[in-house]
Design a binder for this molecule. Structure first.
Ligand SMILES: NC(=O)c1ccc[n+]([C@@H]2O[C@H](COP(=O)([O-])OP(=O)(O)OC[C@H]3O[C@@H](n4cnc5c(N)ncnc54)[C@H](O)[C@@H]3O)[C@@H](O)[C@H]2O)c1
Length: 374
């Protein structure tokens, strides 16, 4: 198979779909790889590294789109890329179609085989290609929170770990999932006083076990949240209700009971945020202050650490990409239901139910297509 990787053109996207290490793996398995010139620059990879790994470097994105059997990317194609998508192209990338009707119709119209990272799902319900980005955002949340707690950055002037003889900074983490757990690890590592709140008691039990008494776990009731908000220097918003907007666990009124200069890092901003006052910000201008509380609400936090994010993402995408390259998409999807669940568009049909429902478009089951063709 000829596998292509183009430079990301979405604003502020510095990640890249393939690293030189991926190129080496694909080439070793007998495939050819084409990389658009400078595609890896944002993540710190030189063209020469790709060449050394066996890739052909191509000056034109158009040529990469035209010649490739499978394009491996990071973000959804942008409008200028739509005309470059040919029939039967395998497009393996984050697509987030349920939020983008225009793109959905383009992929269907152009008969692209669209495999969305975010819907590749293991039998146990885990989303292996979303998880690494949540892990990164969770770890970053404490790093960013610590930075904006510094006085010159509008915070309370608190050092999370304190020093001997001085109170530690207090961190409250709302949500004990992937983001919350990784945030807790970093906050504990900085020696902060950490409380994690969730409504899922088995998650709290698990964290209580693995942190061996080093954190406090609290059921996320209104009373417990209010107490945590009053006492904390840094609050991390890490809740997720699948398929719904994040609940507003911090209301505008709650800001009045919080300490002046406290920081909210609302990682759940991409689902609307768990603070009522959250609005999306960017890496260029990441914070705003409301009622004396600093809000950090960057919707694509992993983009800020593009090299780490690229390595984490491609480590997770390579195994499924390789299976597709080895067997062809159809056989790979018959053999591996995680890949089948990743397919959103196929042969001019919409094959992911939630996306079809979102736009009232006709839905066709990918299983029926794959097994009737077998
Ligand atoms: N901003 C970014 O760059 C970025 C990056 C990655 C992920 N995210 C977002 O971070 C959020 C968390 O992702 P995740 O992977 O950790 O999800 P997850 O499903 O692993 O965890 C979410 C947790 O929230 C808990 N929860 C639900 N309702 C709650 C409530 N009322 N009170 C307390 N806890 C509650 C759930 O029980 C669960 O444990 C998602 O919205 C995700 O999209 C943002």
């Amino acid at each position: 198979m000829l596998i292509g990787c183009v430079k990301e053109i979405k604003r502020h996207e510095y990640r890249v779909g393939l690293t030189p290490a991926c190129v080496r793996s694909y080439c070793a398995a007998g495939h050819k790889v084409m990389i658009e010139k400078s595609a890896g620059m944002g993540a710190g990879y030189e063209d020469s590294e790709y060449q050394a790994a066996g890739a052909e470097i191509c000056g034109s994105a158009k040529e990469v789109w035209e010649r490739s059997d499978m394009i491996v990317k990071v973000k959804e194609p942008q409008a200028v890329e739509y005309p470059l998508m040919k029939e039967n192209l395998i497009l393996y990338t984050y697509l987030h179609l349920a939020a983008d009707e225009v793109q959905t119709k383009e992929l269907v119209k152009r008969k692209v085989k669209g495999v969305a990272y975010e819907t590749v799902e293991l039998d146990n319900g885990l989303l292996p290609l979303l998880r690494p980005m949540s892990a990164i955002a969770g770890r970053m949340s404490i790093q960013e929170g610590a930075h904006f707690l510094e006085r010159p950055h509008q915070g309370r002037g608190v050092l999370l770990g304190g020093v001997p003889g001085v109170e530690k900074g207090k961190v409250a983490i709302l949500g004990a999932g992937v983001v919350g757990t990784e945030a807790a690890k970093m906050a504990v590592g900085l020696n902060a006083d950490v409380t994690v709140l969730d409504i899922n008691l088995s998650r709290l039990t698990y964290l209580d076990d693995v942190f061996s008494g080093r954190i406090t776990t609290l059921y996320s009731s209104t009373a417990n949240r209010e107490k945590a908000l009053q006492e904390s220097d840094l609050i991390v918003g890490a809740v997720l209700v699948h398929g719904a907007k994040a609940p507003h666990l911090i209301t505008k009124k709650d800001l009045k009971i919080m300490k002046k200069g406290a920081v909210i890092v609302d990682v759940a901003v991409d689902q609307g945020g768990c603070a009522e006052t959250t609005r999306p910000t960017t890496h260029d201008d990441p914070v705003f202050v409301e009622d004396g509380v600093v809000h950090y609400c960057v919707a694509n936090m992993p983009g800020g650490v593009s090299r780490t994010s690229t390595q984490a993402l491609t480590s997770a995408t390579l195994q499924f990409g390789m299976e597709i390259a080895q067997k062809g998409l159809e056989q790979a999807a018959r053999d591996n239901s995680a890949i089948a669940k990743g397919i959103n568009t196929y042969g001019g049909k919409l094959v992911y139910k939630a996306v079809a429902d979102a736009f009232g478009m006709p839905f066709t089951s990918i299983t029926e297509i794959l097994f009737s063709a077998a």
